[in-house]
Design a protein around this ligand. Structure first.
Ligand code: COA
Length: 200
């Protein structure tokens, strides 16, 4: 698959910046992933070690070079502080579908970080990457993540029963989608009052 071109600086709304993963992210990654809420809802393993983090960082940049997806570290646009992880996986280039996954470090939660990152990556994936449909799959019990999806203007479509394996289980997933014809996720940010002071 063709390589995905990510701008050198990454993507930003002036507050949150999405950039390529770096080896120097490893210590912050290990610290963040020791919060049990992250492995609980994502494929992040538990316990999480420095070896896991090093393999993750190397693997993410390979995925980008192979054109399989665009994985980003979320950092503060001004201070560079590590905030979390978000990626869009290209499910099948011909189908034009992408799936987004994310987590935010515990200390950075409830400040609009996931919402901003989701709006930034969605706008880029539907615009620059030319995807025709973005999907978010969230477990029915994961209320916070469903809140993020809805705040970003994603449409809840229904339940995919026993959809795929996840750490020895086969959970149901609530499927959310965003299409190019939907109001841009950025508008949802504006409605939520998050766009008042962006430097973009
Ligand atoms: C889900 C998660 C990414 C949310 O990150 P966040 O940066 O705290 O989310 P935001 O601050 O952008 O929240 C945006 C909106 O989502 C909803 N929301 C987020 N967290 C919520 C919570 N704990 N309870 C209820 N609603 C919540 C709210 O509507 C919120 O807007 P508000 O704060 O103005 O009310 C974070 O809790 C997390 O990393 N959880 C563990 C990993 C995970 O579940 N990943 C997703 C797998 S599908």
């Amino acid at each position: 698959m063709p390589q995905i071109r990510v701008p050198e600086y990454g993507l930003s709304d002036g507050r949150v910046r999405l950039r390529r993963w770096r080896e120097s992210d490893v210590p912050a990654l290990v610290e963040a992933c020791r919060d049990p809420e992250i492995p609980r809802w994502t494929v992040v393993p538990a316990p999480y070690t420095e070896i896991d983090a090093r393999a993750f960082v190397a693997g993410q940049n390979e995925r980008l070079s192979r054109g399989e997806g665009a994985p980003f570290a979320m950092v503060g646009a001004h201070d560079g502080d590590f905030l979390g992880s978000i990626e869009v996986t290209l499910l099948n280039r011909r189908s034009g579908r992408g799936e987004i996954g994310y987590w935010v470090a515990a200390a950075a939660r409830r400040q609009g970080v996931a919402l901003r990152a989701l709006a930034i990556i969605s706008e880029w994936a539907l615009g620059e990457l030319g995807l025709e449909r973005l999907e978010l799959l969230v477990e029915p019990e994961n209320g916070p993540s469903q809140g993020v999806a809805e705040a970003a203007g994603y449409t809840r479509e229904g339940i995919l029963r026993s959809y795929r394996p996840m750490k020895g289980r086969r959970p149901d997933f609530v499927v959310y989608s965003l299409l190019p014809s939907d109001a841009p996720a950025r508008e949802a940010l504006g409605r939520a009052g998050y766009l008042t002071h962006t430097g973009r």
